[in-house]
Design a protein around this ligand. Structure first.
Ligand SMILES: Nc1ncnc2c1ncn2[C@@H]1O[C@H](COP(=O)(O)OP(=O)(O)OP(=O)(O)O)[C@@H](O)[C@H]1O
Length: 308
């Protein structure tokens, strides 16, 4: 059985099929397969270096797989397309990055950051109409246009800047939004607001969303499905609630044990105990296992080598 997230509803907007990525001797992605569906989010969760950003970059066509396929609405987009196809794809697949500070140009007011993509992709509209579009975008991400439009990035808080980044991504009416650790550089107090916003814009715009995080506790805020990655492999995946309520793979269990529960933690993410246990699991998951166990209706786990 192939490792995959089951297509339960419609045709996926994006599908990765057996994607591999080598960087010299580093095998960063080992047979990664999952689908993104319109109006749904998938959380890609795992420790630093497990391959999350490489997946995001491949989906955004900022990088290419060494092997495997990337399908967009059923069409194989693994190879370079015509310049028109590439332009359309880049419009359709937008990214929100981790660092809200460096992703906006400090020399331009917020108005420019939103008016520009509207102008490039929205055709020749009269200025008044484009101004209305900018206002609507700002309102849709919870910002007051009258206050925000003429401000420069440095005059906004981190959370406000991330809202502008989300608005900028929405300006071109994408069908896919890849959010790579969108809250990890923000103050803890506003992280949930940004996750709520992502969940809302996903619903309102029927977006197929990839939400990348090292914080498994936040997956359920945004994503209907989850993929837990470890050392370049998908180790457990499926319906978020099922995976989080009955984790089967030792690495998922370890990640969840690092989430504070009633103020107590078994281990913490970077602690010596966590790293020691992650090392033991690494030994169990090497070499690459291709056997997949089905645990529930939409809940899968890569079999450990010991049980092969
Ligand atoms: N351009 C590159 N050249 C060489 N190795 C790379 C390159 N990009 C990624 N890697 C390696 O591939 C592996 C996966 O990296 P990736 O950035 O995808 O992980 P990640 O899960 O996103 O980590 P983080 O949360 O720290 O961003 C790592 O071992 C990394 O060092």
């Amino acid at each position: 059985m192939k490792p995959h997230i089951q297509a339960v509803t419609a045709e996926p907007v994006i599908r990765l099929e057996d994607v591999q990525r080598h960087f010299g001797a580093v095998h960063a992605l080992k047979s990664v397969s999952f689908s993104l569906f319109a109006g749904k989010a998938l959380a890609l969760v795992g420790e630093s270096g497990c391959g999350k950003t490489t997946c995001a970059r491949i989906i955004a066509r900022l990088d290419k797989p060494t092997a495997g396929k990337i399908l967009f609405r059923g069409h194989d987009r693994s190879a370079q397309g015509s310049s028109k196809e590439e332009r359309m794809y880049r419009k359709d697949v937008q990214m929100v990055f981790q660092d809200p500070f460096s992703s906006l140009n400090p020399a331009f007011a917020i108005n420019h950051h939103l008016a520009r993509p509207l102008q490039l992709h929205g055709g020749d509209k009269p200025k008044a109409e484009r101004d209305d579009d900018v206002n609507r975008l700002l309102v849709s991400v919870g910002l007051d246009p009258a206050v925000t439009r003429q401000k420069f990035p440095h005059e906004l808080s981190g959370g406000q800047r991330q809202r502008v980044n989300i608005a900028r991504a929405l300006a071109v009416a994408p069908s896919v939004l890849v959010a790579d650790e969108p809250t990890s550089m923000l103050d803890v107090s506003i992280r949930k607001d940004i996750l709520d916003l992502l969940a809302r814009v996903k619903r309102e715009n029927d977006l197929a969303m990839l939400y990348i995080t090292h914080d498994i506790a936040t997956a359920a805020h945004v994503a209907e499905e989850i993929v837990v990655m470890f050392a370049g492999q998908m180790v457990e995946w499926g319906n978020t609630e099922m995976v989080l309520s009955a984790p089967k793979h030792p690495y998922t269990q370890l990640l969840l044990s690092a989430v504070p529960h009633g103020g107590r933690r078994f281990v913490t993410g970077g602690s010596a105990r966590f790293l020691e246990q992650a090392e033991k699991i690494r030994a169990l998951t090497r070499p690459v296992s291709t056997k997949v166990e089905q645990i529930g209706t939409n809940h899968f786990m890569r079999a450990l080598v010991a049980s092969n």
